[in-house]
Design a protein around this ligand. Structure first.
Ligand code: SUG
Length: 416
């Protein structure tokens, strides 16, 4: 079977909660202290995957991590307990759900050895995310174990922050053709941390064996980070020949677009002007955190959060764009409100891998029946609600462990 793009969605874990851990992520900060609904959150994620399957797109999954992360707490000389609520919240976060931050992926047609390369992200800027990579790496090593087709790399060492595919875009005439890989990095100095460093991106590109002539390193605009674009995928998204970006996403958009047109003359750049959609509205609505997908018939569609449809300027722009002669032909709305309230939209919830599905461990691929089974496990085992003031309750940790174990058993997957 030919190479195709597969979206691997992170299943929302049973400890999903609003502890406000991510500085610079305005939604997460705004909702700090609110009561979360892990079961509804996970089922929203399943419904999004069902909708993508119905569009004819192949679908994969990544699993919730063990929480609280006892190994991480032990390394800090702490055991899970009420003594240090902030440390506990960091050990309990369900943040691995945002699979766009799991790794950076370079498909086989772009790499020197003709294999698909994956580099697990170190996520070192935020404490609650910095301990994700060991289990993410374990899952990637299972799902992409076939070394004839995949190379899986460990994290880039500190102090170079790497947040994975959320700051990486790929444009290509077709998913299975050589493309241009674009690494977007942040420059420190604004009010919020710049989570992706240029050095980390350069290291990933070298390790993946990318052709320097077809690799671009592009700076995020300071205005975007200051407005709450803690990852580039909050202000830009690319698929196939189409780049959709906010006018203020990049420090030097003209230089970037010129490079892109030189390397890929057929590129279609859809820039959303700030006088149609302000940066604030872009970030509030997550217009750009949509999944830009190529449907089996070749059309390009945008899978948006329902929240985007509720901001009038955003809805007007999207409807006009899809009704005109531009490359985006269809809009689909999905409700992922529980994830959105922590700053994660449809695109954050998925990691794209271009590969032949037959070369991937089938336990990490799902069809409609597989999703039904996962939904049944979630409906039985996931807590209905979590009040972040009560995360020190050992009953919650026990329920979380049992819930995850039930899901791993259903998939036949053994993880520590
Ligand atoms: O890293 N939120 C995540 C959201 C990640 C979104 N991903 C992409 N844009 N690709 C983050 O900021 C909030 C958790 C908390 O505050 O409890 C959180 O981690």
């Amino acid at each position: 079977m030919p190479l195709t793009e597969i979206n691997f969605d992170g299943i929302v874990g049973p400890t999903h909660n609003y502890s406000g851990l991510s500085l610079g992520n305005l939604a997460a900060t705004r909702n700090a202290g609110a009561v979360s609904r892990p079961r509804a959150a996970a089922l929203q994620g399943i419904a999004k995957m069902r909708a993508n399957l119905a569009l004819g797109l192949p679908q994969g999954i990544l699993l919730p991590h063990r929480r609280p992360n006892a190994a991480w707490l032990a390394a800090l000389g702490s055991s899970a307990g009420p003594a240090d609520p902030l440390l506990l919240a960091n050990a309990l976060s369900a943040s691995p759900m945002w699979a766009a931050n799991a790794a950076t992926v370079s498909p086989a047609p772009d790499t020197a050895d003709g294999r698909c390369h994956l580099s697990v992200a170190n996520l070192m800027t935020m404490p609650h995310r910095s301990h994700e990579w060991p289990e993410t790496l374990a899952q990637l090593n299972l799902a992409f174990a076939d070394r004839r087709h995949f190379a899986v790399h460990g994290p880039v060492p500190p102090p170079f922050g790497d947040e994975g595919a959320a700051n990486h875009m790929r444009l290509a005439p077709a998913h299975d053709a050589p493309g241009v890989e674009i690494f977007v990095y942040g420059v420190a100095g604004g009010p919020y941390p710049a989570r992706q460093s240029r050095q980390a991106s350069e290291a990933v590109a070298r390790r993946h064996g990318l052709d320097p002539a077809r690799t671009l390193f592009v700076a995020q605009s300071k205005a975007a980070i200051a407005a709450g674009a803690f990852h580039n995928d909050v202000v830009a998204v690319a698929d196939g020949r189409v780049l959709l970006a906010h006018e203020q996403a990049f420090a030097d958009p003209a230089g970037f677009y010129a490079d892109l047109r030189r390397l890929l003359p057929e590129v279609e750049i859809v820039e959303v002007p700030a006088d149609r959609v302000s940066l604030a509205d872009a970030i509030r609505s997550y217009l750009f955190n949509a999944q830009l997908v190529t449907l089996p018939g070749g059309q390009t569609a945008l899978v948006l959060p329902t929240d985007a449809g509720e901001v009038p300027a955003v809805r007007a722009w999207a409807e006009e764009a899809s009704a005109g002669n531009g490359p985006i032909r269809q809009l689909h709305f999905v409700d992922v409100r529980e994830s959105m309230a922590n700053g994660g939209g449809p695109a954050c919830l998925r990691l794209r891998v271009v590969a032949d599905p037959a070369t991937i461990d089938p336990r990490f691929l799902v069809d409609a029946a597989g999703l039904d089974r996962i939904a049944a496990v979630i409906s039985t085992h996931w807590p209905e609600a979590i009040d972040p003031a009560r995360i020190a309750d050992p009953g919650l940790w026990h329920a979380a462990e049992t819930a995850r174990a039930a899901l791993l058993a259903d998939r036949g997957i053994d993880l520590p």
